[in-house]
Design a protein around this ligand. Structure first.
Ligand code: ATP
Ligand code: MG
Length: 339
């Protein structure tokens, strides 16, 4: 059997540059990788609306609207529904079912120790009103991965604790009920964590610090020109700091002209170049990257019938796989009463 891959995104907004280098590029590569002339992997990409609702339950319209936006972003970067199964999480109730069984295999203490969840709880300022569903989302994510028995999970660095949690659940399940699941492995993208334009260590949809793949040229220019740089540098002649400076981190990641980048860095350190020139060159590099993505997105925009069909077919195919897994789970857990 081909190795299965599961990855996904929360429909909480449009997709950004962090997604592109953190996971989308990998997905396109993986969907196209061949072995002996045949596709090497069976890739499932999930639009995780159930997970999005854990912190957006009061705004279901936002989640619904963004399912389509995320799909458009997938198609724009080259994820091909003929090669990759694209599915909507909530339309596969087997995932919810498996989540309930997994809740027994994890302690509350363990879930709340998850560093990413801890950080997000702090960011969202939940205090005493933490929704139980939000705290438990790593368990639901373990069900997302294992219901497809995926062995490879392409993700950004912030998701590594989720994969570790999934591996623990798999070990526990297999030792209690028999070998049903494989332990999945994470595959981190070429950039583990792209910082935001505000200098925050992570660009995030919910953080208001993102450059979206669908931003227009004008929006892109405005965002790049307003980017956080070295706060200590006031005059062009002040020597600047390159390390940890998001403008240069982006240059390193997105500007293919390495000689230009080296020259800008040297002059920045010497106090010999203005922020405007450095940012203008970054804008040009980013615009080159985003132009074809924008155009491809435009091709699909408004074609709701085609978009719905892609989701419907992908979800139906994914559900077949999920059902097969649940038959094995019920059998292993001795709850297969009416065969
Ligand atoms: P939200 O703020 O709503 O959580 P997000 O921007 O974090 O949105 P997700 O849908 O949670 O996006 O993440 C989808 C995938 O993209 C995950 O694998 C995540 O690790 C990866 N990812 C998200 N942001 C970045 C980033 N800045 N750099 C690298 N990878 C990222
Ligand atoms: Mg996130």
């Amino acid at each position: 059997m081909k190795k299965r891959i599961l990855t996904g995104d929360r429909p909480t907004g449009k997709m950004h540059l962090g997604h592109f280098v953190g996971s989308l590029k990998n997905r396109v590569k993986l969907q196209d990788s061949l072995e002996a002339g045949l596709p090497k992997y069976d890739q499932f990409v999930m639009i995780a609306d159930v997970q999005a609702l854990t912190d957006n339950f009061d705004n279901p319209q936002k989640v619904r609207d963004n399912v389509k936006e995320v799909l458009l972003d997938y198609l724009a970067v080259g994820i091909d529904p003929a090669k990759t199964t694209i599915l909507v999480q909530s339309m596969i109730p087997e995932i919810a079912e498996l989540t309930v069984f997994y809740l027994d295999l994890v302690t509350l203490e363990r879930v709340l120790r998850n560093p990413t969840v801890k950080e997000e709880i702090k960011q969202k300022g939940y205090g005493q009103s933490l929704p139980a569903g939000f705290a438990m989302y790593p368990i639901s994510q373990a069900a997302d991965i294992t219901v497809f028995n995926a062995s490879l999970v392409p993700v950004g660095e912030d998701q590594l604790p989720m994969i570790e949690q999934t591996r623990e659940i798999v070990r526990k399940f297999n030792s209690l009920y028999g070998e049903v699941f494989v332990e999945p492995e994470a595959l981190v993208g070429e950039v583990k964590r792209l910082p935001g334009i505000d200098g925050n260590s992570k660009m995030g949809k919910s953080l208001g610090n993102a450059i979206y793949l669908s931003d227009t040229e004008e929006e892109l220019r405005k965002k790049v020109m307003g980017m956080y740089t070295d706060p200590k540098r006031i005059h062009v002649t002040d020597p600047g700091k390159v390390e940890g400076n998001p403008v240069f981190i982006y240059h390193d990641v997105f500007n293919p002209d390495k000689t230009e980048v080296a020259d800008l860095k040297r002059r920045y350190i010497e106090g010999n170049v203005g922020d405007i020139e450095v940012k203008e060159k970054l804008f040009v590099a980013l615009n080159e990257l985003l132009k074809p993505i924008r155009e491809k997105r435009n091709e699909f925009e408004g074609k709701d019938e085609i978009l719905n069909q892609i989701l419907k077919e992908g979800t139906a195919r994914a559900r077949e796989v999920a059902k097969e897994t649940m038959t094995k789970v019920r059998n292993a857990m001795k709850i297969d009463y009416f065969k």
